[in-house]
Structure formats: C-alpha cells, structure tokens
Design a protein around this ligand. Structure first.
Ligand code: NAP
Length: 318
C-alpha cells in the first residue's frame, strides 16, 4: 500500500507518499480500507519530531480515518467486511489501509458522508472524554472553550450547546468568532483584544494553551470548577497561587487521548456512539470541514494547518 512517511523531521515538505508494507489485522483488530483521514495538531508535532507515536502504533501520521472494513482479525465479532466505519487511531491514518483494535471502531453515523466521517473521531472522542466524562458538564453550567475555531473547539462548542449548556469560546480573529456564533456559541471573545478572565466565569474550561493561561483560567473558574488542559500551545511550566484552587474547591486535570490503552479508548468510543451519534444523525452536531485535500498532497494540508487560517477540520481524501 501507499502511506505518508516522515523520512526526516522538519517542515511540511518532508512528507512523502510512498510504497510501504501492507498491514495485516492481528487478533482483535480490524483492517480498514481508508477513504479519508484528517489533519490534527499532533500530526504537525510528529512531523517536527516533537511527538513520537506510542510504542506498537504505525509510524505514519494520522489519528483518525473513515473507510470500509476490508478484513477482520480473529476474535472480532462486532464488525464485518464491507461495514462503513470511522475509527480513532494511535497513528497510521495517512495511508491506504490501517489496522486498529475493534474497540476503537465506530459505524459512520447517519446523515454524514463516508469522507466527512473522517473528521469526527478525534474531535468527538476528545471532547466527550474531557468535557463530559471527566468534566461532568451539566445543562445548567457554562463551558469556556479556548481555541474555539480549532477542530477540537468547533466540536466542543456544538456538543455543549446540543446538551443544553451555555458556551463561551475564544479565537483570535473576527471571522472565526462569527463562525463560532453560527455554531452556537452564546458568547465569543477575541483573545487578542480582550482578557477572557475579566469577562467570563465558567464551570468547565477546555484549554489548549497551557502555561500561559493557567492562572487566568483559575481566575475564570467558578466555585467547584474543572479546568481541563489538553494542549500546551502556550508553554509547559507555570506557577499558580494554590489559595485560588482551595478557595474555589476547583480541580485541574491534564489528559492525552492517543496514549490510552484500547479498553479505555473503547469506553470513550461506546459513549460517543451511544450519546453523540444520535445528535449527529439529528443534525444538531455536524463535522465542520474547512478543506478536502488529496492524501498524497498531505504537505499542502499541513501548510494550511500551520497557517492557522482554518476553522474546523482539514480532511485528507484518497
Ligand atoms: N490531549 C489530547 O488528548 C488532545 C487531543 C486532541 C487535540 N489536542 C490539542 O488540542 C488543540 C487543538 O487541536 P486541533 O488539532 O483541533 O488544532 P487546530 O485545528 O490546529 O487548532 C489550533 C487552534 O489554536 C488556536 N489558538 C492558538 N493560540 C490560542 C490562544 N492563545 N487562545 C485561543 N486559541 C488559540 C488557533 O486559533 P486562533 O487563530 O483563534 O488563534 C488555532 O485554530 C491542540 O493544542 C492539540 O494538541 C489534545
């Protein structure tokens, strides 16, 4: 098969579409003939040599895909050859075929094309596991989403609205803020012009900035609030006044999805299929697709992501 390989780390130009060995499904695995994948910030970090794939995962980038089941390994009863699926991957989505533990595979939700489905698994599973499973966001509460225009952010805004919560989202450009309003955000903040900590009080904060926002995020939390850090775009080390944490009885969490074992990913995937797919089928939550790029031209898709112009997901289509 062919896949995007990273022969040396560097800029988008290092990505090469090449012949590589075909994967075979092991026990408990499904082989997917890939229709599309999607670009995530983690793929850019992997390309730059700052984020190695976890042990045992394919070396090619790609944390999600959609496609058709081409083969099933021993002990897989949940999927059959020919099923239209999408999957949360530990890597290897930028390829013609990929193997994945069956627990991480989902049917394509109703109302979404096979290609569009490639942009759902990573964003939906990240938001579901952090905002709902860990953060326990309730209907009466407010969610603050940083990086609202990102693949993750556009999903967080839609899902929290669909579950009836109030949503505030940040972004760095007027057109992005406008798009976030269209997606359902109740309030939007241009972080280049205003300090969110002066404007918002939130019960749950989904943060992709990290160190630079830590103390202001704590300031923005309500009593009993939950701050969940999933990205470190603004640095890794910060100091906080622990009195704020105590006084607010607040919690700070940090998580990654990629390194979790298949059974934990499976629990997230089951929650998504049971609770989110009906909302997708009803049209309340949609994949937000910024562009579709041929998979062989992944370098172009990475340039697009690097430029920061996008809102939502950039898909890689075969
Ligand atoms: N821990 C996990 O399990 C996990 C899983 C998936 C993703 N992530 C993380 O989630 C983040 C989003 O991922 P993605 O693939 O969806 O990325 P993406 O689409 O490339 O989006 C990144 C966004 O960050 C925004 N941004 C940068 N600095 C900001 C700031 N100071 N305040 C608010 N927004 C800011 C940019 O928008 P503006 O133009 O508005 O600045 C950009 O759209 C990444 O940091 C990624 O590493 C973590």
């Amino acid at each position: 098969m062919r896949a995007i390989v990273i022969p040396v780390t560097g800029g988008p130009e290092v990505l090469e579409w090449r012949e590589v060995p075909d994967p075979r499904p092991g026990r408990g695995e499904v082989l997917i003939e890939v229709a599309a994948s999607a670009v995530n910030r983690a793929d850019v970090m992997q390309r730059q040599g700052r984020y190695d794939p976890p042990p045992g995962e394919p070396p090619y980038p790609g944390l999600e895909c959609s496609g058709v089941v081409a083969e099933v390994g021993e002990n897989v009863e949940q999927f059959r050859v020919g099923d239209r699926v999408c999957a949360l991957l530990g890597g290897g989505g930028y390829a013609e075929r990929v193997t994945v533990p069956w627990e991480q595979v989902m049917p394509v939700p109703d109302g979404v094309s096979l290609v569009e489905a490639a942009g759902l698994p990573e964003a939906v599973c990240t938001v579901w596991s952090n905002v709902f499973m860990l953060g326990r966001l309730r209907r009466s509460e407010t969610l603050l989403v940083h990086g609202g225009a990102s693949g993750i952010g556009t999903m967080a805004v839609q899902l929290a609205k669909a579950f009836g919560s109030r949503v505030v989202a940040t972004a760095g450009r007027a057109d992005k803020l406008e798009r976030l309003r269209e997606l359902g955000a109740d309030e939007v903040i241009n972080y280049r012009e205003e300090d969110f900590a002066e404007k918002v009080r939130a019960d749950v904060i989904l943060d992709i900035v990290g160190a630079k926002y830590l103390s202001r995020n704590l300031q923005a939390l309500r009593t009993g609030g939950r701050l969940i850090v999933i990205g470190l775009q603004g640095g890794v080390k910060a100091e906080i006044d622990l009195r704020t944490l105590l006084a607010k009885r607040a919690a700070v969490y940090g998580t990654t999805l990629r390194s979790r074992p298949a059974d934990e990913k499976g629990a997230i995937v089951r929650g998504v299929v049971g609770s989110v797919w009906p909302l997708v089928a009803a049209g309340a939550v949609r994949p937000v697709v910024y562009a579709e790029v041929p998979m062989a031209e992944a370098a172009e898709a990475h340039r697009m992501l690097d430029s920061g112009e996008h809102v939502g997901k950039i898909l890689l289509v075969r």
